[in-house]
Structures are given as structure tokens and as C-alpha cells.
Design a protein around this ligand. Structure first.
Ligand SMILES: [Mg+2]
Length: 284
């Protein structure tokens, strides 16, 4: 699926970092394994859960209250939980400050590390956002798309993002190919379409910021902008919510495991597996 998946990042695909996009658990054309097949020893070895936010901690448009309880339970069991989101630094800062036991996060698809009461730390060079936004909209108009700047744009530090407005993956893949001709990268989540001057990579940012070995990290996400979290060889456990299966043709990398449920119910499956393996009662 290399040809189809490469379009998503409109250039150098994640798997070109020297790894196999299928992941160690899946085989050719078999796809990710059910999360219920994760070995308890592997779940017990997790010291940090790096999680996407929209479509992973949320159900519909809101944060799932059961997720908040699960995060508190994981932290109580000695497992750090770190949001790794495409949302603006300002929004991730709020999550990092108020989610129970969470003390830092990665925002804007890996471009900024946020820690409450510290200035945001850029993980990529600063960009002229106005110029990038104008070029992105030119590319989109030429492709027949009128993209609306996200309402949360004032809270972004580096990223330029637009509302997805339920556009199909195929439409966004074509937009990514058009953007590549202008040297731009496009990726997308369930809610936003992002333009950048270098390949967005949540996983590379996480490895740089985590402070624990990749083998001790479990990652979970739901959409193409999470692909960097799924690259084989980077992390101990990589998990997609059930939503990744229908987007497979647009994922530069697939996780080793997939949950039975979609959205936040998928996150709860992972939390329960880790808590059980560590001998802790699951969150209510
Ligand atoms: Mg998401």
C-alpha cells in the first residue's frame, strides 16, 4: 500500500525512516492485531501512554468522562499519560493543566511541546504562518476547495490548519498531492486539515520529548495525522482505535494493534489492558 499511503504526507512517507509500515504484529495484508491479543507482559511494561485527543479521548465532540477517570487511574498506577494532538498549543496547554495527573503534552502534530507554567517549546523551526496560510489557500482554491481557517487558529504557534468539514479522505489525499508540488505537507485528523513546510511527525516529537525509552511507551490514535505514532520499531505498543481500519489506504503507517471499539471507547480498552496487567482495578 506504499503508493497510496505516501500521498497522505505528500512527500517523504513515514515508513522511509527505515521501518516497515505494517508493524511487527501484523503481517503482509493481515493488518493490525486485535488489542485483546496484546501480551500482559507487554502491557505491564508500559510507563507512558501517548495519546491523540480528538477521536481518541473524545466521544462525538466532547471529552469522555470515563476517559478522565481512566487517565487518573493510569497515573495512580504509575503510568504517565501525555496528550499528543494536532490541536493548538493553547488548547493542549489547557489539557495538560487540568486532566488529572497529566503534566505535559505535545501540540500541533508534534511541532510544539507544552508544559504548564513554561513557555511553549518549538520542536521545529518557526514559520511565517501568514505566508503559509496564503499559499495553502491558493493550493486549495486551485484544487477546487474553499478551506476555512480553524476557529482555534489564534492559539496555534506554528501550525496552519483548516476545518475538515467532513471532506472525504480521497479529496484530502488529492489536496496533499497538489500541495506537494509547492513543497508543502498536508495531513489530517477527524476534524482538521494541516499544512506544514516539513513533514509532521508526532512520533519523532514524542521520542525527543518523552524522557523514557520508546519501548516503554504505548501510543494510541485514530487518524492519518497519528501515523508517526505507529511507525514500527519506535514504540513498545502501538494502538489504533477501530477507526484506523477504514482509513488504512491513507495511513502512512498502521499500528500493531487495533481496538474493537471506536473513539474514546478504544482508549478505554487500552487503559483497561494496562491497568489489569499492572494489577490495578480498572477505572469505574
Ligand atoms: Mg484524532
Amino acid at each position: 500500500m506504499v503508493g497510496a499511503t505516501a500521498a497522505c504526507y505528500a512527500g517523504r512517507a513515514v515508513h522511509e525512516h527505515g521501518t516497515d509500515e505494517r508493524g511487527p504484529a501484523g503481517g503482509p495484508d493481515r493488518g493490525p492485531l486485535p488489542l485483546r491479543s496484546l501480551e500482559p507482559a507487554a502491557a505491564a511494561a508500559v510507563r507512558l501512554v501517548a495519546t491523540d485527543v480528538d477521536g481518541t479521548l473524545t466521544h462525538g465532540s466532547g471529552l469522555d468522562p470515563q476517559v478522565v477517570a481512566a487517565i487518573a487511574a493510569l497515573v495512580d498506577a504509575g503510568v504517565e499519560v501525555m496528550p499528543v494532538s494536532g490541536r493548538p498549543s493553547g488548547e493542549v496547554l489547557g489539557l495538560a493543566r487540568y486532566l488529572p495527573g497529566v503534566r505535559r503534552g505535545i501540540a500541533e502534530n508534534g511541532m510544539v511541546e507544552v508544559v504548564p507554567d513554561q513557555p511553549p517549546r518549538l520542536l521545529v523551526p518557526a514559520v511565517d504562518r501568514a505566508a503559509l496560510r496564503e499559499l495553502a489557500q491558493q493550493v486549495a482554491r486551485a484544487a477546487g476547495l474553499a478551506l476555512a481557517v480553524t476557529a482555534d487558529d489564534p492559539f496555534r504557534v506554528v501550525d496552519v490548519a483548516f476545518e475538515r468539514e467532513h471532506r472525504d479522505d480521497e479529496v484530502l489525499a488529492a489536496l496533499a498531492r497538489a500541495a506537494a508540488t509547492q513543497g508543502l505537507f498536508v495531513t489530517w485528523s477527524s476534524v482538521h486539515v494541516h499544512f506544514t513546510r516539513q513533514q509532521p511527525d508526532k512520533g519523532a516529537a514524542l521520542l525527543r520529548a518523552a524522557g523514557v525509552p520508546g519501548e516503554a511507551i504505548a501510543t494510541i490514535g485514530d487518524a492519518p495525522n497519528d501515523a508517526g505514532l505507529f511507525v514500527a520499531g519506535r514504540f513498545g505498543v502501538t494502538v489504533g482505535t477501530a477507526d484506523v481500519l477504514r482509513q488504512r489506504a491513507f495511513m502512512p503507517a498502521m499500528p500493531a494493534y487495533v481496538t474493537a471499539a471506536a473513539e474514546s471507547a478504544g482508549f478505554l480498552e487500552l487503559a483497561r489492558a494496562i491497568l489489569a496487567a499492572r494489577g490495578h482495578a480498572p477505572a469505574a
